[in-house]
Write a protein that binds this ligand. Structure first.
Ligand code: 57M
Length: 358
């Protein structure tokens, strides 16, 4: 909002001209989101403890998780809240890419909120049905992608790493493909969120790399230098990504092992869907498989485990998702978490490096 009030005044007050720069607003968004989420988080945890809105732990999980029962959850409320607060000062709400991304983020926030609240109220791990969740997610994603295509914000071209131009035009198939990326990302992050800090680490690295990619894609000179498609106004997503990194760092302040709060579906579904649509908007759906490699491996481990068990009555992993497998191998929880963070940092840097290899 502040951007819309202060920047027009830059004729009278030269200093306000600084609000024009995405780089300036990116730094400010990060700082506001970090400080606000740390401050808000402290009181949110106290509130959830007072209300006894704690996590119900499944009894078929690793023994070590049973002691987590009652840990406050729904931390996604102050993660998303801090992102929105930071955007109040730094966001350009005339940007269609930003508006479409916020639509997905808030829709999945609503779905996660209902799911978490149902679990807390009923004191079980059921929540919204899997079918109901998927329907809500796909409808939201299809509306967002249809709007972006109809407004000519993005094309139906598919780009892959290392190649300069698009490899094919997917025409109307693109809407289904893009929706799959968004819904898949949301659910993969949700599955990953099973250890203290395990999901927020790769969310931070993914948002950071997608933010850098969005800046390059929205900058005419840089886009042509790197042979990436130039997309007008996409740079505004860099400001959003900085707010996600900041709010993620603030959440990690409390979610680091031993966690004082979990993000809940309200956080994992919304942040996962947000990363997915940013990958679609920057035409990096395939590169996102690398950037969000931890999420992809976690989701694949579940798919393979369930398929193997259904077809062969045998498990591939000791338990899926794969973070539980390493826990049952005897790795202490912090070791699993930090090693997954190291891999996600490596993958994010590798993904950025591929921008120069075209
Ligand atoms: C999302 N939720 C965590 C917390 C977090 C098909 C099947 C693979 C589905 C999957 C499942 O239920 N996934 C749900 C993962 C849960 O975390 C809550 O959920 C939110 C995220 N959506 O914010 O509110 C538990 O994770 C632990 N946790 C932490 N620290 C954190 O910062 O320790 C979470 C965040 C929390 C807490 O214990 O209660 C979860 O794991 O449920 N099911 C599973 O993942 C189960 N795997 C399984 O059934 N494997 C089977 C087959 C079906 C694949 C097998 O391998 O044979 C495991 N999950 C649990 N116990 N909790 C195993 C059973």
């Amino acid at each position: 909002m502040l951007y819309h009030f202060l920047y027009p005044l830059s004729d009278q007050f030269f200093l306000f001209n600084i609000f024009r720069y995405i780089t300036f607003r990116t730094v400010i968004a990060f700082l506001i989101a970090t400080v606000f989420s740390i401050l808000w988080g402290k009181y949110f945890i106290k509130f959830m403890q007072k209300k006894q809105f704690g996590q119900v732990i499944r009894d078929d999980g690793p023994e070590s998780h049973l002691k987590k029962a009652g840990t406050p959850t729904m931390g996604g409320v102050f993660i998303i809240g801090s992102i929105l607060f930071a955007l109040l000062f730094t966001g350009n709400f005339e940007s269609k890419p930003l508006l479409a991304t916020l639509f997905v983020m808030l829709s999945y926030f609503g779905l996660g909120f209902i799911d978490d609240y149902a679990k807390i109220a009923k004191k079980n791990t059921k929540g919204v049905s899997a079918k109901g969740k998927l329907l809500w997610q796909f409808v939201t994603a299809i509306i967002a992608v249809y709007f972006l295509r109809d407004a000519n914000v993005i094309s139906s071209d598919l780009y892959v790493p290392f190649l300069k131009g698009p490899i094919i035009n997917m025409y109307s198939l693109f809407i289904a493909f893009a929706a799959f990326v968004i819904v898949g990302s949301s659910n993969a992050v949700n599955l990953t969120d099973g250890l203290d800090g395990l999901a927020i680490g790769p969310i931070i690295t993914s948002a950071a790399s997608l933010g850098i990619i969005a800046y390059a894609t929205g900058h005419k000179e840089i886009a042509s230098y790197l042979f990436v498609p130039y997309i007008e106004n996409i740079g505004e997503l860099t400001v959003l990504c900085a707010a996600i990194v900041g709010a993620g760092v603030g959440f990690l302040w409390y979610n680091s092992y031993p966690a004082q709060i979990f993000m809940g579906d309200v956080g994992s579904l919304s942040l996962g869907g947000t990363l997915g649509i940013i990958a679609v908007l920057t035409k990096n759906e395939i590169l996102f498989v690398l950037i969000g490699g931890i999420f992809v491996v976690e989701a694949l481990s579940v798919i393979l485990q369930v398929a193997s068990y259904k077809l062969r009555k045998k498990r591939i992993f000791k338990m899926a998702p794969i973070h539980h497998h390493f826990e049952l191998l005897g790795w202490p929880e912090p070791k699993v978490i930090v090693r997954f963070w190291i891999i996600s940092i490596f993958l994010a840097i590798l993904a950025i490096a591929t921008l120069k290899m075209r």
